[in-house]
Design a protein around this ligand. Sequence first.
Ligand SMILES: *[C@@H]1O[C@H](CO)[C@@H](O)[C@H](O)[C@H]1NC(C)=O
Ligand SMILES: *[C@@H]1O[C@H](CO)[C@@H](O)[C@H](O)[C@H]1NC(C)=O
Length: 289
Amino acid sequence: MNILFIGPQLRTTSALVVHLLLLLFSTGQSKLIGSSQPIVATVGDDIILPCHLEPVMDVAAMTLEWTTSDQGPRFVFVWRAGQDLVNTKHPSYKGRTSLFSDELKHGNISLKLSEVKPADEGKYQCFIPKRNEASFVELVVGAAASPVISLTGIDGDKDRVALQCESKGWYPEPELLWLDAEGKNLSAGPTETVRGPDDLYTVSSRVTVEKRHSNYITCRVQQRNINQIRETQIHTSNGFVNILSSVFAATVSLAVCILFIILLVFFLWKKNVIKSMRRQWNESDHAKQ
Ligand SMILES: *[C@@H]1O[C@H](CO)[C@@H](O)[C@H](O)[C@H]1NC(C)=O
Ligand SMILES: *[C@@H]1O[C@H](CO)[C@@H](O)[C@H](O)[C@H]1NC(C)=O
């Protein structure tokens, strides 16, 4: 029996076992930790996507990769030979991603992403190819803005006012509600939604309400996924609407007054002209005699 005379299958198997053991050993030694909770960011923010090795290990000399695959595979950041490989980065991340180079020796590969955009939303992976270690972080992007209520018409006879509510700069698409003083839904026109080139949404809606005593009307814009609610309230029986109504009424009465004065002046002028013409007539009659 010769111990060196082992078959090729056995050699492959033992190599595989050794490899597996090494892999188990290395995984057991250091693990990449991302974030189990999604990172919620507001459009325009600078954020950190966490990722670090545990226990701590110096990774500054290793190749490190941050990728995302929600819109096709993309390199968000690649660190190789102690440098940021700018050219491999997807254009949409150029100039916006970096690592904390001083943190790499502590095994901290957290990514800094500046000026978050709606399109950045998705799942990110931090990866150490040499150790075949990966970890994931989910990024949720949101944006919210206060609504603005404006008066679009007054129906004096029926004592009703038409209001418009508009809110610009939301992500994802929000819901718009009109509520009365008791917090009940008011039936309004359909919500118009426009998505801008920056992916942000503008929503608007119109409603006609009775201008009763102490009628509070609320325009509420909300987005549940990002847990955001913005409201604006107006009081239709005084304040805002009343000021606007009186300005409206004052403008109309001023216009009527001016018209009246013009007519009066014209009438008086005409009367005077006739009078002086008569006088002239009379004078010329006297002169003839
Ligand atoms: C990694 O570095 C970032 C930036 O300095 C820091 O905010 C984060 O807390 C660090 N993570 C760990 C696990 O130390
Ligand atoms: C108002 O309407 C919205 C959707 O149109 C609905 O989700 C909400 O529950 C309603 N609220 C009330 C108080 O009826």
